[in-house]
Design a protein around this ligand. Structure first.
Ligand code: ADP
Ligand code: ZN
Length: 320
């Protein structure tokens, strides 16, 4: 039967988003439902399967017409064997063979990838990665995730874990990271870290625009910095200094063609790109960065599902 559709699922700790698209990845319909992660892995997998069926029904698509399903999941996933190894915000999902479970129920070829790695493939097909097959993608969000894209697919490493850029250590005597180590890039420059640093410094500061807010996130810190607030500007400089050093190390190590920066914190805009460039120039080597471009991610709201569609396109058609 002629294949007409692909389906992308973005599995998150709070919501499941799905999209059905044509074979080029143009989205035809989208659905978002709560994950209900507390009800357990079996329920959640059932909700994913139900979402896929609803998406198919919305286009009167038969099972035979769907070429593949892509699932982007948080946490450590084994994309080759198709299981979620560990996801900190999906408890009870350890070693969950989600690909077998979906394929058994729906009889449609299914692909699994970590959500940040899926987003990188989404950027490659539909975003800031156009015409580029060797790049590094970072998502600066609640944490810092990433992917190394090498010759048009994810560089996996020996056990499928390569690209954990957020947990590269910049200072072993540095602040505690959620992973248990000290001084990871994520502990300096994630949205969570920026908010934590601002809150810590605020305790010893009388005079800051940040005193106006009950709840400070990295967004308020960037906003206050753009209004000239000293404390907020210092925190932004400090965090982006480390982000830039982390990226300079990647430039020296990998010599990529392009670096794409996405995630919620990247919404702060051009200041991120400018500060990162400053540090790359100061801490890497000209022959390594003279052909480099550092750009913001293009995919915003639907980055998760578009990434999941990118996984199907990458894995089912072979490399770009
Ligand atoms: P998630 O981590 O769940 O994938 P996001 O990619 O949206 O979610 O990232 C959320 C983080 O981005 C939060 O720390 C939030 O404070 C931060 N953030 C969102 N918008 C902005 C902004 N305009 N400027 C700076 N930080 C922002
Ligand atoms: Zn860490």
């Amino acid at each position: 039967m002629d294949k007409k559709y692909i389906i992308g699922i973005d599995l998150g700790g709070t919501k499941i988003s799905g999209a059905i698209a044509d074979m080029d990845g143009s989205i035809l319909n989208k659905i978002t439902i709560p994950t209900l992660a507390g009800k357990g892995a079996l329920t959640v997998v059932g909700r994913i399967a139900d979402t896929i069926i609803k998406l198919m029904e919305s286009r009167s698509a038969s099972y035979g017409e769907v070429s593949g399903i892509g699932i982007g999941s948080p946490g450590f996933v084994n994309s080759k064997k198709g299981y979620i190894a560990f996801a900190s915000n999906l408890s009870g999902f350890n070693n969950l063979p989600i690909v077998d479970m979906i394929e058994e129920r729906l009889k449609i070829k299914t692909y699994l990838e970590n959500d940040a790695k899926a987003a990188a493939l989404g950027e490659m097909w539909f975003g800031a990665g156009g015409n580029c097959s060797n790049f590094i993608y970072l998502t600066v969000s609640t944490g810092i995730g990433g992917a190394i894209v090498y010759n048009g697919d994810i560089f996996t490493g020996s056990s499928n874990m390569a690209g954990e850029i957020g947990h590269t250590i910049l200072n072993p005597e540095g602040p505690k990271c959620g992973c248990g180590h000290n001084g990871c890039l994520e502990a300096y420059a994630s949205g969570t870290a920026i908010a934590r640093l601002a809150n810590e410094r605020l305790k010893e500061c009388e005079d800051s625009l940040l005193k106006e807010y009950d709840n400070i996130t990295s967004k308020e810190v960037f906003d206050a910095a753009s209004r000239g607030d000293k404390l907020a500007s210092d925190v932004v400089d400090y965090s982006l200094h480390y982000l830039g050093i982390g990226i300079a190390n990647l430039v020296t190590l990998i010599n990529p063609e392009r670096i794409i920066i996405g995630g919620g914190v990247s919404m702060a805009g051009q200041i991120i790109i400018d500060k990162v460039w400053e540090e790359v120039k100061a801490n890497s080597f000209k022959p390594m960065y003279e052909n480099l471009s550092i750009v913001p991610a293009k995919l915003k709201a639907d980055a998760g599902v578009i990434g999941a569609l990118g996984v199907v396109l990458t894995r089912s058609k072979g490399k770009r």
